[in-house]
Design a binder for this molecule. Structure first.
Ligand code: A2P
Length: 350
């Protein structure tokens, strides 16, 4: 749903973007412009390093402010996308000042007073203002997954799902993409390039790394644990059996996922295609021919979840595989946050 831009509208919210100079913050700005999100005032906030930088939004120039100097009293909605430690410190300051926060970090996702929202799945959580004053934006791989699992659960019931992710460097922001580019150049130069990775260990160039975020005692990583716990919370299925392996791949942007689902009852491929294609903002690529499929390079900067390789398994009529690709900066972060704001505005919750 698109709202009309009308900066003069007296009822439109005053919006702050914390992390406005980063990869997700910049994507938020693009989406606000593209979708005509209505606002009365706009404040761009980042670290002291960026204070004074001038960015243009909807044809107007805005000076970036350092968070330490920023007063949240004048803000109705604050998007936070500046890392977990920034959210832990500054989100309480913003909510105390009266702002409603849409937070893109892990800081509040599992807090019982904070709804974890994917508007296509659980928008009803936005009917009233949350107790904490915060609405959490889920993990970038969880968002496209639950958007598909919702339709599958409703039609067949999910017994269990097994997921492998193929996650892009942009999941770590601009510095992740820059390191992928630099490490690729260094690898081509040869072993004496002197390149030392800062973010991806071992180097991501010409490599894949089966570790995202820190290891837990269980042997799973925090990223894998987030996908389990967040999927359960969003879908309202506390015993949902989803197990994942999260892998970083040398792709600049767009996460992919290989998904195996076993259902409670037999699944017909044609009906599965119909169910997935009918979900909001989802495109099935192998609707007519099983040989077409989405890839990150082809679907980059897209606002829909792309699905392909839909295969019924031969030895289990209740099970199937699919492949999904979604822009992690848009679908997996900024677009979900903007769609939360649009839903809040539509419901009059702001
Ligand atoms: P800055 O550009 O001033 O460092 P990315 O995800 O692309 O790495 O971007 C992170 C975003 O979070 C940037 O806008 C960055 O601002 C912002 N940021 C990082 N650390 C802080 C901080 N301590 N206080 C406020 N903003 C921060």
């Amino acid at each position: 749903m698109t709202l009309v831009t009308d900066a003069a509208a007296p009822t439109a919210p005053r919006i702050a973007i914390v992390g406005a100079t980063g990869a997700v913050g910049s994507t938020l700005i693009e989406l606000i412009e593209e979708r005509g999100l209505r606002y009365r005032e706009l404040y761009l906030v980042a670290s002291a390093r960026s204070a004074g930088r001038v960015l243009t939004v909807d044809g107007r120039e805005y000076t970036v402010r350092a968070i330490e100097e920023f007063d949240f009293t004048d803000v109705d909605v604050a998007f936070f996308s500046a890392g977990t430690s920034v959210s832990q410190k500054w989100v309480p300051v913003a909510t105390e000042a009266g702002a409603i926060v849409i937070d893109n970090t892990i800081a509040f996702r599992m807090d019982p007073d904070t709804p974890l929202v994917v508007p296509q799945v659980n928008a009803h959580e936005l009917d009233r203002r949350p107790k904490s004053g915060v609405i959490a934006n889920p993990n970038c791989s969880t968002i496209p997954l639950v958007r598909l699992l919702r339709g599958i659960e409703d039609r067949w019931g999910i017994r269990n799902a097994v997921v492998s992710t193929y996650q892009a460097a942009s999941g770590l922001g601009y510095s992740g993409v820059e390191e992928l580019q630099e490490s690729t150049r260094a690898s081509l130069q040869g072993p004496d390039s002197g390149f030392e990775p800062q973010h991806f260990h071992p180097t991501l160039a010409f490599n894949v790394i089966p570790k995202i975020d820190r290891f837990l005692d269980s042997g799973f990583t925090m990223e894998e644990e987030k996908m389990l716990q967040e999927s359960r919370k969003i879908l309202g299925l506390p015993h949902l059996d989803v197990t994942t392996t999260c892998v970083r791949v040398p792709v600049a942007n767009c996460h992919s996922e290989s998904v195996y689902v076993e259902c409670q009852s037999p699944v017909d491929r044609a009906e599965l295609v119909e169910v997935l294609a009918a979900l909001p903002e989802v495109r099935v690529h192998d609707r007519e021919t099983v040989t077409s499929f989405p890839t990150p390079a082809v679907v980059d900067s897209s606002d829909i979840v792309h699905v392909g390789r839909i295969r019924a398994t031969q030895n289990n009529p209740r099970a199937f595989w699919l492949w999904l690709v979604a822009d992690n900066l848009r679908i997996g972060a900024a677009l979900n946050a903007v769609q939360i704001a649009e839903e809040l505005a539509e419901r009059g919750t702001l």
